[in-house]
Design a protein around this ligand. Structure first.
Ligand code: BG6
Length: 482
């Protein structure tokens, strides 16, 4: 068997994403012994840095109590090249550095080589960097993989333009579009839960499920990130991507196999069955400061333009129009500066048609994605003891209790491992992306053209007044919500 030589180039190595996610994830894989035996990691950015300042910078990305030997070992496989993002000579130098690194790994003619280009960069330079890579670095004799991350455009048209430009440079199977929610433990668990247990799939349809609620809540506001956020708003920032991706996995039919294209085919099918979301099915909010002045409002953030009408909260009710789901409302909700940090999927079952026990509360299956992974089923039991009353209880699989010894990896670590393995299952295919934009683009355009004013809600609250009533009204019946 031929040995594999792997080179990972992190573009934007001095930026925020590289610091917070890419390098820590690579380091985690290194510590776990999961990087291929012969791997080199090259950072690329504009900042001129000597080796010393580069290594102390990378070291600063890691936790204080990290064993120094681990850091040292990791740094030994890391290098750095400084260069501009549009200068051919700089990319030629990068190419030479890659060659040198491969020689340092004792390259032999028969070795299989993998080049991974991780663009931890703003999308405005994707195409220019992609073009430079394609012309001056890309090597047709090895496997090339390009990793990019949202925002992929800001509507259907701009996303298509970006896809077209990128597909002129790389083949679809060379492209890995990150949606980091697909790397989260509980999101990856949905497939197993649904298709490896006999009882879930049996009730996973409109005959038994009343509604599905997918909720993303953050307890903090933009906090200085308003410049980026204001251009996008909550719908583009988390709904069109993270929430819709999760929805498509909850809703999809069983794939033919676990091959990535089979999975992505099924997810895309779901998205195709969702009509564009209507403004009347959408509630928008924007947070204001707390009454006591302790927390600022969105517009108090200096990085947010005065008079901004960008939503920091949105709730939409949508339908998946196929035989499995017809008539079942899906309520997706996302907001910043709310009362808690939580990402949760709640599958609420229909009322129990039963004369024996009237007026029962509904069963509910809850998949908690964060902060603490958990699966629980709200189940009615007889109150233990001498009582014959019924009580709502839970079949509870909380990971921190059941899997105490397992350290749940960061989403980026699992996704980079997938890239190393050439597995696309947890990455967004171009047709999925296109469908996701199709669903939201008319709404986004209407919000802009009608200058829809978001409803105010107080920082730290549950959202604008009337969110639950709104969902009830749009869904056509009362949803139990929390
Ligand atoms: C990002 C959004 O994609 O996801 C952020 O741009 C958001 O606004 C973040 O805070 C949430 O990710 P996580 O992993 O912290 O839930």
């Amino acid at each position: 068997k031929h040995d594999v030589l792997t080179t990972i180039v992190v573009f934007g190595a001095s930026g925020d994403l590289a610091k917070k996610k890419t390098y820590p994830a690579l380091f985690h894989l290194y510590q776990q012994g999961l990087l291929p035996r012969r791997t080199r990691i090259l950072g690329y950015a504009r900042t001129q840095m000597e080796r010393d300042s580069f290594t102390s910078r990378v070291t600063s990305f890691f936790k204080k109590d990290t064993p120094p030997a681990d850091i040292e070992g990791f740094l030994a496989i890391c290098g750095y090249v400084s260069g501009k993002y549009d200068v051919a000579e700089d990319f030629i130098r990068l190419r030479e550095e890659i060659d040198q690194q491969e020689h340092a790994m004792a390259k032999r003619a028969e070795d299989e080589r993998v080049h991974i280009y991780y663009l931890a960069l703003p999308p405005s330079v994707f195409v220019s960097v992609g073009t430079q890579i394609r012309t001056n670095v890309y090597d047709g004799s090895c496997t090339n993989r390009v990793v990019i991350e949202k925002p992929f455009g800001h509507d259907l048209e701009s996303s298509r333009k970006l896809s077209k430009d990128i597909s002129a440079l790389f083949a679809e199977d060379e492209i890995y579009r990150i949606d980091h929610y697909l790397g989260k433990e509980m999101v990856k668990n949905i497939l197993a839960l649904r298709f490896a247990n006999v009882f879930y799939e049996a009730v996973w349809n409109r005959h038994y499920i009343s509604n599905v609620q997918i909720t993303f809540k953050e307890p903090f506001g933009t906090e200085g990130r308003g410049g980026y956020f204001d251009e996008f708003g909550i719908i583009r920032d988390v709904m069109q991507n993270h929430l819709l991706q999760v929805l498509s996995i909850v809703a999809m039919h069983q794939p033919q196999s676990l091959r990535s294209e089979d999975i992505r085919d099924r997810k895309t099918e779901v998205l195709r069955r969702i009509l564009p979301i209507q403004l009347e099915d959408t509630l928008l909010g924007q947070y204001v400061g707390t009454r006591d002045g302790s927390k600022p409002g969105y517009k108090d953030d200096d990085t947010v333009p005065k008079g901004s009408m960008t939503p920091t909260f949105a709730q939409c009710v949508l339908h998946v129009d196929n035989d499995r789901w017809r008539g079942v409302p899906w309520v997706i909700k996302a907001g910043k500066a709310l009362d808690e940090a939580k990402m949760v999927i709640r599958i609420q079952f229909k009322d129990m048609p039963n004369a024996l026990f009237p007026n029962l509360a509904r069963n509910e299956l809850v998949l908690q994605v964060s902060p603490k992974e958990a699966v629980y089923i709200k189940t009615i039991v007889k109150e233990p003891g001498l009582s014959t009353n019924l009580a709502m209880s839970e079949l509870d699989l909380s990971y921190h209790k059941r899997y105490q010894d397992v350290k749940i990896p960061d989403a980026y670590a699992t996704l980079i491992l997938d890239v190393l393995n050439g597995d696309h299952s947890n990455f967004v295919r171009s047709d999925e992306l296109d469908e996701a934009w199709r669903i939201f683009t008319p709404l986004l355009h209407q919000i802009d053209s009608d200058q829809v004013i978001p409803l105010p809600y107080e920082y730290g609250s549950r959202g604008p007044k009337g969110v639950d009533e709104f969902a009830t009204e749009r869904a056509g019946y009362k949803l139990t919500s929390r």
